[in-house]
Design a protein around this ligand. Structure first.
Ligand SMILES: [Zn+2]
Length: 117
């Protein structure tokens, strides 16, 4: 019976590790894609809800928009773009995105509401 020499064994181990690394890398990519898609859908869902709210409550000031704004803010704060430009992609947490801030500012057209002490 043929004995596999230690070097060949090591070589086999090395090969299978490389395969595993490749599998892990492609899984990582898949997960990133999924996360990105998930965020895109969250943002889109939120914006659609907002539009629907506006359509439904023409005359009433929509109280619900505040919670919509909150969840958009949460998405933004958790490091994702909510703007059309970069939609759902990762945001540089150290700097704000003008387009995102614009959306947050104008969300529900509450721009002129100021709170003064
Ligand atoms: Zn942005």
């Amino acid at each position: 019976m043929l004995e596999v020499d230690p070097y060949s064994k090591l070589q086999q181990l090395h090969d299978s590790m490389e395969k595993m690394t490749k599998t892990i890398e492609s899984l990582e990519n898949d997960i990133l894609e999924t996360l990105k898609e998930n965020t895109e859908l969250k943002v889109e869902n939120q914006l659609l809800r907002e539009k629907l709210d506006k359509l439904n409550n023409h005359n009433e000031p929509a109280v619900k928009t505040q919670s919509g704004l909150e969840s958009l803010k949460q998405i933004y704060d958790s490091g994702y773009h909510i703007c059309n430009m970069y939609y759902g992609s990762h945001r540089d947490p150290s700097s704000d995105c003008m387009f995102c801030l614009d959306i947050l500012d104008n969300f529900g057209e509450k721009k002129n509401v100021k709170r003064e002490r």
